[in-house]
Design a protein around this ligand. Structure first.
Ligand code: PRP
Ligand code: URA
Length: 209
């Protein structure tokens, strides 16, 4: 079973409160999501392997650490995942980016894939799938399945807010995938919205309704 990691750093939790607040306007919302994404990227990369490198300082030669292992790939789920992408890229500027376009049919709540474009070497990379919301889990499961169908094997999931129902669904469908969230909320309502959540992430990021 993949692990669920709640990124409980005080700065993340503080900023998340204002992301949730309905009075936060589009500009502030976007800035806060960007900042939290950077802070979460710090947490999610904690376990990246390191190797030794010899470095000459101005006064001595020493062994120091550099990142080793697989290169990274970031996979934002369109469109709301784009709101977290730049924040993650601030810490991981060398990562390549693949896009998966999915929307949730409002009637059936089933994800519909409308776009996918991935780095050519995506199978070689350790991937982080990015989406602010993990509600029923349908979109995350579909995105991860699409990646696996193209040969990807090392995948993590990153969300601002998850519902217990979505976490359970992803863990059942993809038990090899660890999930990093800023908050695990209470439940889904009858429309598939996370309660208390933050409302519709895409609409709040882009000012649509
Ligand atoms: C939202 C969100 C997730 C999905 C989560 O996207 O960004 O992708 O819903 O719901 P699920 O876990 O039940 O699948 P939405 O479908 O509203 O599309 P958008 O990003 O284009 O607004
Ligand atoms: N998508 C959102 O943007 N918000 C929710 O609460 C659920 C799905």
């Amino acid at each position: 079973m993949g692990k669920l990691v709640i990124c409980d750093h005080p700065l993340i939790q503080h900023k998340l409160t204002f992301i949730r607040d309905e009075r936060t306007n589009t500009k502030e919302f976007r800035e806060l999501v960007d900042e939290v994404a950077t802070l979460m990227a710090y947490e999610i990369t904690r376990s990246i392997p390191l190797e030794n490198m010899t470095v000459q300082t101005p006064v001595a030669q020493t062994e120091s650490k550099v990142i080793s292992g697989r290169m990274l790939g970031l996979i934002p789920i369109l469109r709301a995942g784009l709101g977290m992408l730049e924040g993650v890229l601030k810490l991981l500027p060398a990562a390549k980016v693949g896009h998966v376009g999915l929307f949730r049919d409002p009637e059936t709540m089933q994800p519909v894939e409308y776009y996918i474009k991935l780095p050519t070497d995506v199978q070689e990379r350790e991937l982080i799938v990015i989406d602010p919301m993990l509600a029923t889990g349908g979109s995350a499961i579909a995105a991860i399945t699409s990646l696996k169908n193209r040969g990807c094997t090392q995948i993590k999931m990153m969300n601002l807010i998850a519902a217990p129902e979505g976490v359970a669904a992803v863990q059942e469908a993809h038990p090899d995938v660890d999930i990093y969230v800023a908050a695990l909320d209470d439940h889904l309502n009858e429309h598939g919205y996370i309660i208390p959540g933050l409302g519709d992430a895409g609409d709040r990021l882009y000012g649509t309704k």
